[in-house]
Write a protein that binds this ligand. Structure first.
Ligand SMILES: [Fe+2]
Ligand SMILES: [Fe+2]
Length: 290
């Protein structure tokens, strides 16, 4: 799938950038213990493309855009496919810049899931590791990178300065809407994140696709895994309720696996497929509406 006119060579380049930002802070122990620090290091042009990606994301994720995306995608009438079909479909999103593996999407999915399984977590948690990035099928449905990946943040209220590249919000037209520029904006204090519109992308989309099939902890991991300003930077507590705070603990637990597994040994996809097919069938016995 060619990605013409997109700042990143591949949407996974954003995931790698998040790893640079957050995994590095705690990675020195692992590195000295012999784990290969294989996070791809960017040369200057690649750094520029990451910044250009964020510029598009921060300038274009407006309230109006978010309402439009929800109207367009959340009727879930684009396609019917099983979880497994979606995983295979996602592999069409080939990462030319990633020499590590021929099936990058399934590999990252299984690697995350395997690390969760190795730590003895319940099967719904393992399954969450497997499927958490499947919302990236939006790229294959023709959505641009800035509307699929990227750190998520609430729209309709003032942007936290702990969001990556906060200065790039200068070009977002919502800056000129007074109502959107207060601490709570269009929301009530402590209304709960379920009432808050987070910037549109693969997290929110997948949450809606799978919401009837998984426990609340799993749904929070899926829905908020890119909400770094909240789960890593402790921002936006003023919009949360007690349930959200408990759920963010689960998101943080999940995030460790999402960030750290990419450097480990690539999984034996063929050997693991029967196990994961059975797990997927148990929670998702039929096709899903996308
Ligand atoms: Fe993700
Ligand atoms: Fe991921």
């Amino acid at each position: 799938m060619p990605l013409d006119n997109e700042p990143l060579q591949h949407p996974d380049q954003w995931d790698d950038d998040v790893r640079r930002r957050y995994a590095k802070r705690q990675s020195s122990a692992r590195e000295s213990a012999g784990t290969k620090a294989a996070f791809r290091d960017y040369d200057t042009p690649a750094r520029h493309s990451v910044r250009e990606f964020y510029r598009q994301n921060h300038e274009r994720q407006t309230v109006a855009f978010n309402r439009r995306m929800r109207q367009q995608w959340l009727p879930l009438q684009t396609r019917r496919m099983s979880v497994w079909e979606a995983m295979e479909f996602l592999n069409e999103l080939v990462d030319d810049s990633d020499p590590d593996t021929a099936l990058p999407q399934i590999a990252h999915a299984m690697q995350t899931a395997e690390a969760i399984r190795a730590d003895g977590h319940p099967d719904w948690f393992v399954l969450t590791g497997l499927i958490h990035d499947m919302g990236k099928v939006l790229c294959l449905f023709g959505e641009p990178q800035w509307a699929v990946v990227g750190d998520t943040f609430p729209v309709g209220c003032r942007w936290s300065d702990r969001i990556v590249y906060p200065e790039l919000f200068a070009g977002n037209p919502d800056r000129h809407v007074e109502r959107y520029q207060t601490r709570c904006g269009i929301y009530q204090e402590h209304c709960g994140l379920d009432q808050v519109m987070l910037s549109w992308g693969h997290d929110e989309y997948l949450y809606h696709v799978v919401r009837d099939h998984l426990p609340p902890e799993a749904l929070a991991m899926i829905r908020y895994h890119s909400f770094y300003s909240a789960h890593r930077e402790q921002e936006y507590d003023w919009l949360m309720n007690d349930v959200d705070r408990r759920m963010l603990d689960h998101v943080r637990a999940f995030n460790q696996y999402d960030l750290y597994t990419k450097t480990d040994e690539p999984p034996d996809v063929q050997r693991l497929t029967p196990y994961y097919r059975e797990l997927v069938d148990r929670y998702f016995p039929g096709p899903l509406a996308w």
